[in-house]
Design a protein around this ligand. Structure first.
Ligand code: GAR
Length: 199
């Protein structure tokens, strides 16, 4: 049966995108195929990772498109027959109009154990700063469906990571990526694609 068409939305370095590309090469992802990478930032290194892997790219800049941003994003995704959308370090909050258009077809990776350290303002390094400031001893990553509530959709997978005495936000971010995000994001994408195919 035909593979599920995946689009990955990015804004920055794209290490989670790289984990997805690697998982496709190594056979962890077999039910879907990354057809398109869209960045809201024209300078994102993630775009280079996509080009190196031979994946089509597009840029949709919220700054330049303003109110037309989501309409443009929807038409790029529709033009490429995208079935599921993976937010992999995509730093724009999407409106209810967008999330309901692709209901149950958008997934996100977040660098904490939701419902801790999530929602508006919790993104990237800030999440790890907040975890260290609070003094939790365990954090991790969550992959979830995206709905109109930031980081509020149904959880698909989570993985815990221990916090060490001498952690900085940077060392913690790196360990959460290596030991949780890069593992559960590809596994979740395969799970969702497989379910969509009805297998
Ligand atoms: C990742 O840690 C991802 O979980 C986080 O941004 C980083 C992007 O890194 N996303 C969020 O905080 C979303 N709320 P990457 O560009 O190297 O994948």
């Amino acid at each position: 049966m035909k593979k599920i068409n995946i689009a990955v939305l990015v804004s920055g370095g794209g290490t989670n995108l790289q984990a997805l590309i690697n998982a496709q090469k190594s056979g962890i992802i077999t039910s879907g195929e990354i057809k398109l990478v869209v960045s809201n930032n024209p300078n994102a290194y993630a775009l280079k990772r996509a080009e190196d892997a031979g994946i089509k790219t597009a840029v949709c800049s919220k700054k330049e498109l303003g109110l037309k941003f989501e309409d443009e994003l929807i038409s790029v995704l529709e033009d490429n027959n995208i079935d599921i959308i993976v937010l992999a370090g995509f730093m724009c909050i999407l409106s209810e109009k967008f999330t309901s258009y692709f209901a149950n077809r958008i997934i996100n990776v977040h660098p904490s154990l939701i419902p801790s350290f999530c929602g508006k303002g919790f993104y990237g390094l800030h999440v790890h700063e907040a975890a260290l400031e609070y003094g939790v001893k365990v954090t991790g990553a969550t992959v979830h469906f995206v709905n109109e509530i930031p980081d509020g959709g149904k959880i698909i997978m989570q993985k815990a990571v221990e916090i060490l005495e001498d952690d900085t936000p940077e060392t913690l971010q790196k360990r959460v990526m290596e030991n949780a995000e890069w593992i559960i994001l590809p596994l979740s994408v395969e799970k969702v694609c497989k379910e969509l195919k009805g297998e």
